[in-house]
Design a protein around this ligand. Structure first.
Ligand SMILES: CC(C)(COP(=O)(O)OP(=O)(O)OC[C@H]1O[C@@H](n2cnc3c(N)ncnc32)[C@H](O)[C@@H]1OP(=O)(O)O)[C@@H](O)C(=O)NCCC(=O)NCCS
Length: 195
């Protein structure tokens, strides 16, 4: 058990993706309401289904509020953005969350379709893992549809293993021991700049 649950802060990071695109990753803000809904609407139906495991066109008011106001010490919600000011657009989102007092956390990621295949999800998951490790979480878990081979492969390459789950057989549960990853070369933390 953690003794305290410190605020999960995240200093913005500028990433350079595989084709040289620059994307800023920052913590979500309450004023991201429209940007976030636009990003969810911009996902293809398939991507929305893979992310939310259900059919939806946009976030419900409750889900939107939860996303815009992460629980202190228990959640981190990141937005990957391009453009500035009124032109700023969310192109991907990534989050982890935990139950009070638990050292386990759960991740989820979605990248808008036109940004697929440039390594953004990989970078976002690495950032989530670094942050969670730094904030005292011991394990990160994810629930991924069995058909989502891209996400399953990415998770495996970042050190996640499939674990037994008595839940829906169409869903794979994956887990990574963050304590074993600590100190691995290449990990530089939230404030790291683009590689
Ligand atoms: C799964 C998802 C997050 C991957 O995002 P991404 O930014 O395209 O992923 P990356 O570019 O980091 O690539 C991840 C892996 O998928 C592979 N990949 C990416 N795009 C691909 C494509 N179009 N065809 C085949 N493989 C592809 C990459 O080769 C990479 O493998 P690597 O780790 O060996 O390099 C994205 O497809 C998505 O948002 N899907 C819908 C939501 C979802 O499935 N979320 C996961 C539930 S938590």
């Amino acid at each position: 058990m953690k003794e305290a649950e410190p605020t999960i802060e995240f200093a913005p990071v500028v990433l350079t993706l595989q084709r040289g695109q620059r994307v800023t990753v920052r913590a979500i803000r309450p004023d991201d309401r429209e940007r976030l809904q636009s990003a969810v609407r911009a996902l293809s139906e398939e991507s929305r289904y893979l992310r939310f495991m259900g059919v939806l066109r946009e976030l419900s008011p409750q889900l939107l509020e939860l996303a815009l106001h992460p629980r202190v010490g228990r959640e981190l919600q990141l937005a990957a953005v391009v453009g500035e000011g009124a032109e700023e657009t969310i192109v991907a989102g990534a989050r982890y969350s935990s139950e009070a007092g638990s050292t386990d956390c759960e991740f989820a990621i979605a990248v808008t379709d036109e940004w697929h295949g440039f390594g953004l999800a990989r970078r976002l998951l690495e950032l989530l893992m670094q942050s969670a490790s730094r904030h005292g979480f011991a394990r990160m878990e994810g629930y991924i549809l069995a058909s989502n081979t891209r996400m399953l492969g990415l998770a495996r390459r970042l050190g996640f293993v499939a674990v037994e789950s008595s839940e829906d057989p169409a869903v794979r549960k994956v887990r990574c021991d963050l304590t074993r990853r600590a100190g691995r070369s290449g990990e530089s933390g939230d404030r790291s700049v683009a590689r």
